[in-house]
Design a protein around this ligand. Structure first.
Ligand code: CU
Length: 354
């Protein structure tokens, strides 16, 4: 038994040794775990990764100001007013939402200058609502929750090395978002008239965009002795309507980070990220109701996030393994509201390269 274990350990160490030979396994060799497509690999290297992201939203913002549920139900116009049975103001108010995304990633570098990356995502959404009675006033009729889950939009990308020196790396991100996420999800709701129909849930509860979306970006990483830093731009462009007659807004992300490595195996990071998301253009005729989430013009906005992260990089027998966590809180949000306000995003991940 013992020789077999020794032989196995030897093979693992050899594999690990070759993987880290020219790519030192510094904990800060990767960006904070909330940054996607932050690094590339050497020719012949593989990496498998699993990430889990938890996002919590609570309360509503209109622009940068909080807006109460009563205020939404009595003052915010319902864009569907005029259609049969539609009240003049919004009467269903989202109070809370939680999203959990599981992300399975694979990277492989066929050459030193190109790393291929595939990400498969699985999403679970929950949203809690308050329904106000009838067409006016602040009488609450009841509350309900909608839930959706399933495969979400996933992606394939090429990361193309543009520049590399001992202390700096730059690569381009050329990707495509693959519409694996369903845009026909349904659930039961409670209407202001007290009915409980099953309807197509509004846009934020759907699992994907329904369209093939190009992803473009560039990523820079710098390495000092104990300090590291980096910056990344990444945009998703919605270039065509989906089968339901709309397209999600473009999404632009700009982030910068700094890290400090206490040891080879442990680094901490501080990160800022600016996110800009556009409104929906077009409309799904099956999504209608006195609720903000059904309005294509109440989907976009901007957000500035601050993240604190820890990266771990295995050494010795654990070479090739990484684990990381990052906790992000928004410091500013400006939403085409009313729209649910993001409270926190937690990402944890584990990675193995060879
Ligand atoms: Cu990788």
């Amino acid at each position: 038994m013992q020789p077999i274990i020794k032989a196995l350990a030897g093979v693992l160490l050899l594999a690990a040794g070759s993987a880290v030979a020219d790519m030192p396994a510094r904990a800060d060799g990767h960006a904070p775990i909330g940054v996607m497509a932050d690094h590339y690999h050497r020719r012949g290297e593989w990496m498998l990764s699993y990430r889990s992201m938890f996002m919590d939203m609570q309360g509503n913002l209109s622009g940068t100001s909080s807006i109460s549920s009563d205020e939404i139900a009595t003052t915010v116009p319902n864009r569907f007013f005029g259609n049969p049975g539609q009240p003049p103001t919004l009467r269903i108010v989202p109070e809370e939402m939680s999203m959990q995304m599981h992300m399975l990633g694979m990277m492989y570098a066929p050459t030193d200058s190109v790393t291929l990356m595939a990400m498969l995502n699985y999403l679970s959404n929950e949203m809690d609502h308050t329904t106000y009675q009838g067409g006016t006033g602040t009488n609450v009729l009841g509350r309900f929750r909608t839930e959706t889950s399933g495969f979400a939009d996933s992606s394939i990308s090429a990361l193309v090395r543009l520049f590399e020196r001992e202390h700096a790396r730059v690569h381009a991100i050329l990707g495509l978002s693959v519409p694996l996420g369903d845009v026909n999800e349904t659930d039961d709701i409670l209407t202001p008239m007290g009915m409980r129909p099953t309807v197509r849930v509004p846009y934020p509860m759907q699992l994907g965009s329904g369209s093939w979306d190009p992803i473009l970006g560039a990523s820079y990483s710098g390495f000092g002795d104990a300090f590291g830093w980096g910056a990344q731009w990444r945009s998703t462009f919605r270039v065509a309507d989906n089968d339901e007659g709309y397209r999600l807004g473009n999404e632009h992300r700009l982030t910068g980070w700094a890290s400090y490595a206490f040891r080879e195996s442990l680094s901490t990071s501080l990160r800022l990220e600016f996110i800009d998301r556009g409104d929906i253009s077009g409309i799904d005729p099956q999504i209608a109701g006195p609720v903000q989430t059904a309005d294509p013009a109440r989907q976009g906005g901007t957000r500035l996030d601050l993240g604190l992260g820890v990266n771990l990089a295995g050494q010795g027998a654990l070479a090739g393994w990484r684990a990381a966590i990052e906790y992000v809180v928004p410091v500013a949000q400006d939403l085409n509201g009313p729209q649910l306000e993001t409270d926190s995003v937690l990402t944890i991940g584990i990675q193995r390269s060879w």
